[in-house]
Design a binder for this molecule. Structure first.
Ligand SMILES: NC(=O)C1=CN([C@@H]2O[C@H](COP(=O)(O)OP(=O)(O)OC[C@H]3O[C@@H](n4cnc5c(N)ncnc54)[C@H](O)[C@@H]3O)[C@@H](O)[C@H]2O)[C@@H](O)CC1
Ligand SMILES: Nc1ncnc2c1ncn2[C@@H]1O[C@H](COP(=O)(O)OP(=O)(O)O)[C@@H](O)[C@H]1O
Ligand SMILES: [Mg+2]
Length: 284
């Protein structure tokens, strides 16, 4: 299993072209949150904004609009139960992240199905948390025209793959991913998370137990969306998003026993600047 080197951050995080605007840095739709899980939508969308996404729209329940608008004034909000607004947002965004805090209601199930059906080949769908649980438990076929990134923790991967945690080794994971969707990328979250994509298996060696706190995965999903929106879909971009999350957490862990996801999010622009200056180039 190949280790992901810190150089990937210099490689992927380029300087911004001076002649550019928000439209160059990705339009992200985050379908997240429900009555009891508003925080997941806030963390995921603030991570997308802080990692540089050009425009972020959060599709959620209207009761969470005020909280989201107050915490993240950069993001827009729509009601995911308004079919016209949702379909328009699916069409207008380049990256769609679905699942953090969504819950497993019949409304949530309908949202997962609509996204898989409507997303097109030029879009990326990031599937996390409740959306993964729904796909597993409701046996929703993982078929879509879009590129797919799944980000399960080991419990979610157990539901999806039917592999018990002790059976989740490299060969079994490759086999099960192939059965689910051979074109999808799998980010298996754990201590030293792994990426499976088109026969390649990569692993980070960063990350610490201070990250074992609610909302840390929702944060990764937002970073993943922000990175794919700006730097394009590739295994390198996926690797850089996964690594920067744990890299910042390791820096913070020197002085913080537990890493608050909102603190990690606050640090993203500063660390991204340092890697982009080391890179010194911008994408033309
Ligand atoms: N502030 C918020 O609004 C939060 C909302 N959350 C949302 O809550 C919903 C349920 O997600 P949860 O993940 O909490 O619950 P789940 O029930 O989906 O997963 C937890 C289960 O997986 C098992 N497991 C095995 N390996 C694991 C690993 N490496 N990491 C985590 N669990 C592992 C646990 O033992 C447990 O049985 C999701 O929609 C999620 O996004 C959580 O992210 C927590 C914070
Ligand atoms: N002990 C640990 N070592 C390294 N990384 C960890 C550890 N515990 C948690 N993490 C990381 O924190 C994140 C937790 O994700 P997840 O369980 O989905 O959180 P949530 O759903 O609460 O947001 C993952 O990226 C995981 O790799
Ligand atoms: Mg999670």
């Amino acid at each position: 299993m190949e280790k992901i080197n810190k150089n990937i951050l210099n490689q992927v995080i380029t300087l911004r072209n001076p002649v550019s605007y928000k439209g160059n840095y990705g339009k992200i739709l985050i379908i997240a949150g429900s009555t009891h899980f508003g925080g997941a939508a806030i963390l995921c969308s603030s991570a997308a904004v802080a990692s540089g996404a050009g425009l972020v729209t959060v599709a959620t329940v209207p009761e969470k609009f005020t909280a989201i608008n107050t915490r993240i004034p950069e993001a827009m909000t729509i009601d995911y139960q308004n079919k016209n607004d949702l379909l328009e947002a699916i069409q207008n965004n380049t990256v769609i992240a679905i699942g953090p805090g969504l819950g497993i209601s019949s409304v949530a199930k309908g949202l997962v199905k609509v996204v898989l059906k409507e997303a097109t080949k030029n879009q990326t769908v990031i599937i996390d948390a409740s959306a993964l649980t729904l796909i597993a438990e409701e046996k929703i076929p993982l078929t879509t025209n879009a590129k797919i990134i799944m980000t399960p923790h080991q419990g979610e991967w157990e539901r999806l793959s039917t592999l018990k945690i002790h059976e989740q080794n490299e060969l079994n994971n490759i086999d099960e991913l192939h059965k689910l969707n051979p074109k999808a990328a799998l980010v298996l979250k754990k201590h030293h998370s792994e990426i499976y994509y088109q026969g390649k298996v990569l692993q980070i060696t960063a990350g610490n137990a201070g990250m074992a706190t609610g909302g840390m995965g929702d944060t990764l999903t937002g970073i993943m969306a922000g990175f794919i929106g700006q730097f394009g879909f590739s295994i390198e971009t996926i690797s850089a998003a996964l690594l920067i999350h744990s890299y910042i957490a390791d820096k913070l862990n020197k002085k913080h026993y537990v890493i608050l996801p909102s603190l990690l999010i606050e640090k993203l622009p500063k660390y991204m600047a340092s890697f982009s200056y080391e890179n010194g180039h911008y994408l033309s």
